[in-house]
Ligand binder design. Structure first.
Ligand code: AHR
Length: 496
């Protein structure tokens, strides 16, 4: 049998994985808002039109932050269209996605949703067609007590207390030609700096994310990032990264290459961290800027495309049916984010429902796709102290370089539960030995596994629980059997 060994040493701590690494994203795109989180005609609609069945599943994912309202959508969005009496709100074109925007859900409705979801928002402002002034006015609407026009408007619209929104994005993917109001790095660096100044003058407690490159393959990466940081470094707290994976060269048979996606993801994070360090040094700054990977996921564009060219409120766009191998790759991306806990402080998988969603709705049913499960496990088990892990195992070649048969991270929670997350990228079982060094005694608690004999197995509305989690027998850290292409969470109690 294939063998693998990992060594976790208590003396080597990489950083602390924040809960905010397990955040998500809701955009006015496809059926994410209308027909996803919100559907006033659904049998599950609550008094605000939000689907309670979707909300129940979202609470299981336990995401601390939900980014909103875009995405590409935000670059043409006027937030003022989405507040006040619903009957007075304009119906507009959503030019980012060629849809109709009825403006039934706006800032105040979304804040109700996040509260019900047990989360907080990351609010994005429009720096495509929008202005620094409009961005500052939104901060006033959301975060000021009252006595000024926009804060009083919020009160008039039914919310007495400010929302105190802490996290904000300064636009979205402003480096991409597809973006409404796309900009050169100097144009964006300037407008982002001015918006940041005004937003922080309105509320000095806000934390701001600058748009970094919308992918590691952008021809302007990393120059874009260097330039925008040189403009805005002292005014921002995070820089964003976005990345979606598919089978390289759009060839579904290239499973091995797809499994190596984590190598590319890892490289992108390291490179971006280096650019941030360079600008910090250049500026002789004492201020730290961290990474916010605020869009990441698997997006099989060739298999599913962006959806039909129909202009309506709810159009299926980016609806991917995720299978077992997608869950495996998804799990390695989570482990990679966690292993970069020293620089990646926020990450949002994109998106929450229907659009690239771990949740899909059809009529009055909601389905948990395969990627739901690794995320749910991670958001519960991988918050805390991240240890460096030494791995000995086989490897294989991919277009991204040499990948290991297993991808690993090890995290100890505040409650002293140490979880070793191990994803097997091998097509046959692996016997795994886990060794601990410099730890007090550890007691095995449980091993949770996700696997299927068919790598393309999916959950469907007819067979919704084909691929879920199971608890495996586990009594010792020696001779643990990892099933082929599996996700494994092995948890110990540390006797401190
Ligand atoms: O998440 C879907 C889209 O992907 C977002 O709107 C955009 O930011 C990215 O290109």
């Amino acid at each position: 049998m294939n063998k693998a060994k990992i060594v976790v040493n208590a003396s080597y701590v990489k950083g602390v994985a924040e809960k905010t690494v397990f955040s998500t994203f809701v955009e006015h795109m496809g059926r994410c808002v209308y027909g996803g989180i919100y559907d006033k005609k659904s049998a599950h609609a609550d008094e605000n039109g939000f689907r309670t069945d979707v909300l129940d599943a979202v609470r299981e994912l336990d995401c601390p932050l939900i980014r909103y309202p875009g995405g590409n959508f935000v670059s043409g969005y006027d937030w003022k269209d989405g507040v006040g009496p619903v009957e007075n709100r304009p119906t507009k074109l959503n030019l980012a996605w060629n849809q109709i925007e009825p403006n039934e859900v706006g800032v105040d409705e979304f804040m109700k949703f996040v509260e019900k979801a047990g989360a907080a928002p990351i609010m994005a402002v429009n720096l495509g067609t929008g202005t620094p002034q409009s961005a500052a006015e939104l901060v006033e609407y959301c975060n000021c007590e009252g006595g000024t026009y926009f804060a009083d408007e919020r009160k008039k619209n039914g919310t007495e207390k400010p929302y105190y929104i802490k996290y904000w994005c300064l636009g979205n993917e402003m480096d991409g030609g597809w973006q409404i109001g796309a900009k050169t790095p100097d144009e964006y660096g300037r407008i982002a700096t001015e918006a940041a100044k005004l937003m922080k003058w309105v509320d000095p407690s806000v934390k701001l994310t600058l748009c970094g490159s919308s992918g590691s393959t952008m021809p302007t990466f990393p120059e874009w990032d260097r330039k925008v940081l040189e403009h805005a470094y002292e005014h921002v707290d995070y820089i964003s990264l976005h990345k979606y994976y598919d089978y390289p060269e759009n060839n579904e048979s290239r499973v091995a290459d797809f499994l190596g996606s984590y190598l590319d993801f890892d490289g992108f994070i390291s490179d971006m961290a280096s650019v941030v360090k360079y600008v910090k040094c250049l500026k002789r700054s004492k201020h730290d800027v961290y990474l916010s990977f605020d869009e990441w996921n698997i997006w099989h564009t060739t298999r599913h495309g962006k959806g039909p060219e129909v202009r309506d409120v709810s159009v299926p766009r980016g609806e991917v049916e995720y299978d077992m191998i997608d869950a495996v790759v998804f799990s390695t991306l989570i482990e990679t984010l966690v292993n970069h806990a020293d620089t990646v402080k926020i990450a949002c998988f994109a998106q929450l429902v229907n659009v690239l969603g771990p949740l899909m709705t059809k009529g009055d049913k909601v389905l948990k796709q395969t990627i739901f499960y690794p995320f749910m496990l991670a958001s519960k088990r991988l918050v805390g102290k991240v240890y460096d892990v030494i791995t000995e195992c086989g490897n294989f070649d991919t277009v991204y370089g040499t990948a290991s048969d297993i991808c690993v991270c090890a995290v100890e929670s505040k409650e002293n539960e140490l979880t070793v997350a191990v994803t097997s990228l091998k097509d046959s079982p692996i016997e795994l030995d886990v060794q601990f060094e410099n730890f007090p005694p550890l007691n095995p608690i449980e091993m949770i596994t996700m696997a299927d004999s068919d790598i393309h197995a999916k959950n469907t509305f007819d067979d919704p629980e084909r691929v879920t989690l199971s608890t495996e027998k586990f009594t010792s850290e020696k001779g643990i059997i990892l099933k082929p292409y599996s996700v494994n969470y092995i948890t110990f109690k540390v006797q401190r």
